[in-house]
Design a protein around this ligand. Sequence first.
Ligand SMILES: N[C@@H](CCC(=O)N[C@@H](CS)C(=O)NCC(=O)O)C(=O)O
Length: 380
Amino acid sequence: MRFIKSALAFGITFLNGTVTTAFSMTMSASKSTLYDLPVSNNGARCRIIKYKKNIPDEEVEIKSPMELGGLKTPEYLALNPQGKMPLLAIKDGISIPESDTICRYLLSTYGNGPDFMIDDPRSNLVARIHDMYITTIQGCLYKAAPPFGIYATRSDALQELQKQLKVIDDLIPDEKDGPYLFGNEVSLGDASLFPTMVFIDSMLPKFGITDGVPSKLGSWFSTVREQDADFAKVYDEVQGGIQAWENNGRWDEIWLAGLRDTAPETIFDKLIGGDIPASVVYEDDKVFAFKDINPAAPAHILVIPKDRMNLSGLRKSSPEHVEILGKLLVAAGEISKNKELGFGDGGARIVINDGEDAGQEVPHLHVHVLGGRSMVWPPG
Ligand SMILES: N[C@@H](CCC(=O)N[C@@H](CS)C(=O)NCC(=O)O)C(=O)O
């Protein structure tokens, strides 16, 4: 059995900062359990460490979180309140979530094999960019609905993902003497990024993005897989999980993958594109507002999404549209206060006609903002 020297200092600190009690102890490493699934990219970086350092199952055993009932059960949450995998349960009730922390624990505990710590700070930078800016939004590749980290739309998150790939690509040297990111020594940067690249490589094309992986990154990804059996093994594990998702039709209903806006363009696209002149009263990157050419009130503005996103009518809305629907209403509220457009102090009527019976004429969601006179109820 392996023994780990671990000086754990326990202290009780009073308000004046004086430590009144402290002791240290030596712990023996009994078997640890890595809760993880083959498809988990963050877990796969820990598996790369386990494989490369030949850590036997007798020391670090891999189990499915389902053995504790799943990620969101009280039993699992007691070990990792974030309800995420991977999680390494070590001993004496200590559990370590967060793949980077798990990897560093494994590296400092098990001496065999490469140490993954190379003399190039760009390795840590790749891992950091991956953790801060890529895994936080990776759900845009496979999750049913936004938000994806700080992004409220899938297309914004997909764009950001590609930007981060470019940032990492720029860190990779043009010339290097080995298959890994920074030469012939495997690093934490390689282990962190590679499993996520399995996701990106197979999922970006589902969104019609075939040129999303820049060239140095693409060639590192294929070379390391060809030349390193442990990376190839992890590739197969993650890919097997993705294939199972595929077989279950995971992307069939995902916006911009299986689900796209196939309805014909309308006159509104011509107004947005400037092919037909419009009396534009407001415009930003997502919203377009213009005067109705057949006004039904002294002030009558239409507020529309620039990208229809399948919203030929409000009935097509889904959680994918939460951001644009909010933006349309905020813009409508602003416009309804604009006296120069003919709106008064008494308020406005803000209407969405959804479908033929409601009087919708153009199949591109539009919010009517009507004002400058008092309205009757019920509407006709
Ligand atoms: N920052 C964490 C991220 C962990 C994470 O997002 N894990 C995913 C699987 S790769 C997960 O558990 N997702 C399920 C969920 O969030 O419900 C790490 O590096 O371990």
